[in-house]
Design a binder for this molecule. Sequence first.
Ligand code: LMR
Length: 396
Amino acid sequence: MFDSLKALPADPILGLGAKYKKDTNPKKIDLGVGVYKDEAGNTPVLNCVKKAEQHRLTTEMSKAYISPGGSPLFNTEMAKLIFGADHNVLAQDRARVISTPGGTGALRVAGEFIKSCKAGTTIWISNPTWANHIGVFTAAGLNVKTYPYYDYDNKTLDFDGMLNAFKNVGSDDVVLLHACCHNPSGMDLNKEQWQQVADVAKTVGFTPLLDMAYQGFGTDLDEDAYGLRLMADAVEEMIICSSCSKNFGLYRERIGACTIIGKSSTAVDLAHSVLLYNARVIYSMPPAHGAAIVETILTSEELREEWYGELKDMRDRISDNRNLIVEKLIENGVTQDFSHISRQSGMFSFLGLTPEQVQQLQDDYSIYLIGSSRMSIAGYSKDNVDYLAQSIAKVL
Ligand code: LMR
């Protein structure tokens, strides 16, 4: 049976990491995968996470199964983190959250849920988007279409193109929006634009799916959820996929959440029963450890404060790195305008290099970017930014 298979290339993001590991050049720089690194190039375990794990070690009484929905406490705390404690959808009891294996698990179970609502549903994703969105929703049997999003020439948002494309979206379709820190462009909607998109969603009647993988990496936890909360106020039904990989640094623990908002408490209970079934047939139930860490942090005033501080440190370093590379490129005689990197937000921006220039950076300077020239902003430090800027100047 296996003879019929054709070999597939390595994932463009994860495959790059494997190449980087093999490179013996001491000057190598990994700007590929979206994983936070500190000034020393490490991805440390947060102190609040260490403490929560210690607490878990002494208090955990059983490794028995949980349930397809995961930890109820984690789910309640995630709802408050996503919407803010006072949001209408919580007061109206119209949201249900399940714990998922990471943000990707949330997307996959959301895809399956959408298929349960209507087989062959069209989901509109931004062009560009996180490459795995296409794979995940295609695997769930959805029909994937794209809407314009990033204006590569002007290095800004193609908002007119986006709104124009929404004219072709049907009321039964789903539109995926990045809640903040757009991956891969770093280009987010402003508040007025969110309002306009929410108005269109209301008028057309499509279901928004908000992917929030980077809450807290842009401006702060509340500002980053601004568009999501606005949209949740505007529409009757919505899906949210969130991740604790980046903001809690829990990448390998695989913990995220899939949230659905329904028209009423009764309607969302019915939908929730389907979502639980969807989870059961894909992975049965989510891992528990990451959820236990997150709920411990979010329910302890002390650990929560420590988390806010550690999250701010990560966010500030990324923001400083954005300004740093722009300055260093100018210092190294680059005349092209890279100021968009300072104006954008979150983990990524496009350098705007050709695939050949990206390859040359890898071959000649051991600097690793994915082919689109998406740069993971946390991947360099004050120690190697000069080498990075000089190398970019050379390939330009
Ligand atoms: C990325 O975009 O680099 C991250 O979301 C990691 C991944 O799984 O691709």
